[in-house]
Design a binder for this molecule. Sequence first.
Ligand SMILES: [Zn+2]
Length: 347
Amino acid sequence: MPALLPFSPPGVTADYTWLDLSGPHYALGQAQGRQTEQFVIPPWWPAPPPLAFALDCARQIAEIHPPLLDELRGYADGQGLVYEDVLRGVCRQTMRLRARPPYPEGGCSSLAVVSPDGRVRVGRNYDFHPVQRVRQRLRLTPEQGRPTVGTRGSVPGGRYDGVNDAGLFICLHVALSDEPPAPQAGIPFHLLPRLVLETCARTRDAVDLLTRVRHLHAFNYLIADASGDLAVVEAHPTAVRVAAQGEGFAACTNHYRHPDMRPLQHGRRLTHSEQRLAFLDSQRAALQAGADMLTALCDHPSGLCGHAGGHTTLWSLTADLSARTLAYTRGAPCTEAYEAMPWPSAN
Ligand SMILES: [Zn+2]
């Protein structure tokens, strides 16, 4: 194992592949497997779990939406991999990294704003070390479940953020916290937005799902729907809570705010995350009055738009859930233009 991985290697080619696929889940997975590079567990990840652990996770996924496992089977076949090996890679037990530098002190920021006329907008910056090459955008129209558009990272089947045809939005944020000494099988972080988008129509459905499953990892989720119902769910393998929200505005970064959750993050440095959240909260009145969200997403003093190490903004998104529009950047929003994506549709 190398002592220090090249987390910001020069010349890394980011993979912003766009895939627009429809059909049964197995075929969706097979097409993704064939059209994307080989899934290799990144060297900075922990060793994969025992198969029995991964199968227990799979059983819990199947309780929510069995077709997602068909997609993973198709993906494995499309890549010539053994399904069980892919499953073990998907169900990593810990967010601890194998080598230095340590996991960054968060990075992702998101917000949702409802204007007085009922218009619902969301914005989000996804930050990590640029060594994360896979930043694929997918529009899926499955035979079972809702059509979606969203972004995938290193792991097949997952979504880091996205929308569905009902106008529901969700994104994830790693939460700075301790991990239980002995991991219990649960649902991996990146599959939860996917499960929400394919099975839920409203924020309250998503909150119900996220508060009843067993979480394998510590993550925060911001959720918004076209009716203006907003929520932040704070999740940990040992607890899950809905953070209090103001009327018509929600923001989320990488720390817990619910008093029941805060003890889980003792010893973690929260300054960067708290600073970004305070900045977003300070923008609330202007944004609700109609200010351009780009100004907030491009802010540098707060660290919202990041350009260094684990705080590098790998993509940014804006969506108008009322107008049914979605756009992504390839990199930091202060320099890269937003590209409009097609809205998810059953057509
Ligand atoms: Zn910037």
